[in-house]
Design a protein around this ligand. Structure first.
Ligand SMILES: Cc1cc2nc3c(=O)[nH]c(=O)nc-3n(C[C@H](O)[C@H](O)[C@H](O)COP(=O)(O)O)c2cc1C
Length: 238
């Protein structure tokens, strides 16, 4: 299956074989990431491939591989990281691997300190686990999605890939306000739900990009409409 087809079939993997992914596949993942499209090319992102022993203890499941993501501090840094690494999620799953975004763990404290010693203007963003899936990949938590009318004022079927996007605790904190020249994208203004809402927005936009790679672009609107309980993030056309 290609990345576009993975949008409808992907799921988070929480059960992995205790087996390292072969070197050729790891190289292919690294090559893919080096070529992946950033949402905002001027924003800097760094990532490291780590193993289980490099991560803070994880409560209930283990994977052989992790990617930890850092970004240079910027209001849109997490959106950009979500956009980049959702492409990784789809690509890795298209190769048959299991993948899961991980808000609730991260690299060991010593590794973070080492990183920040050389990158003081960066912040830690998020991690992802990956590996060969065990069985069906474990329990599919919170797999339902909001209806299109809950995430946009327009019943535009072209938003379907964004509707299907994964998000922290399945919060789906995105809203697409229709405009003549595209959509203004908002996030729910409810930080109590999760701290990863900007990452979630980037993930949803990555799905639209993967569906419309030739036409997708992001731009900033000077005076976006103010929406109650929502925060403007960016604008897109595709
Ligand atoms: C930013 C982010 C953080 C997440 N953190 C975790 C996590 O710490 N543990 C976990 O089991 N799942 C985590 N998930 C996976 C979500 O629970 C999952 O994507 C969502 O419930 C939708 O299910 P699906 O990915 O199977 O479609 C995270 C997802 C995102 C996007």
């Amino acid at each position: 299956m290609n990345m576009k087809e993975m949008i409808a079939t992907r799921h988070s993997c929480r059960a992995y074989k205790d087996e390292a992914v072969d070197e050729k596949t790891i190289e292919s993942l690294k090559h893919f990431l080096a070529e992946a499209k950033p949402l905002f090319p001027e924003l800097e992102v760094r990532y490291e491939f780590l193993g289980l022993d490099d991560m803070m203890p994880i409560a209930n499941y283990h994977a052989p591989h992790y990617i930890v993501v850092y970004a240079k501090k910027h209001p849109l840094a997490k959106v950009n990281a979500g956009f980049l690494f959702q492409q990784f999620d789809l690509y890795a799953q298209s190769l048959g691997l299991g993948v899961c975004w991980l808000g609730i763990t991260g690299p060991e404290e010593d590794l973070r300190k080492d990183f920040f010693a050389t990158h003081p203007d960066y912040e830690y963003v998020i991690s992802l686990s990956f590996g060969y899936q065990e069985g069906d990949g474990g329990p599919a938590h919170f797999h339902g999605r909001k209806a299109l009318e809950e995430i946009s004022d327009s019943l535009d079927e072209r938003l379907e890939p964004a509707r299907l996007a994964p998000s922290a605790k399945n919060g789906q904190p995105w809203y697409f306000l229709h405009k003549e020249d595209g959509y203004d994208v908002y996030k729910d203004d409810n930080p109590a739900v999760t701290r990863w809402q900007e990452v979630d927005i980037g993930i949803a936009l990555a799905h639209l990009y993967v569906y419309h790679p030739a036409t997708f672009e992001a731009f900033t609107r000077e005076e976006p409409k103010e929406l109650e309980k929502r925060v403007y993030i960016t604008s897109i056309r595709f």
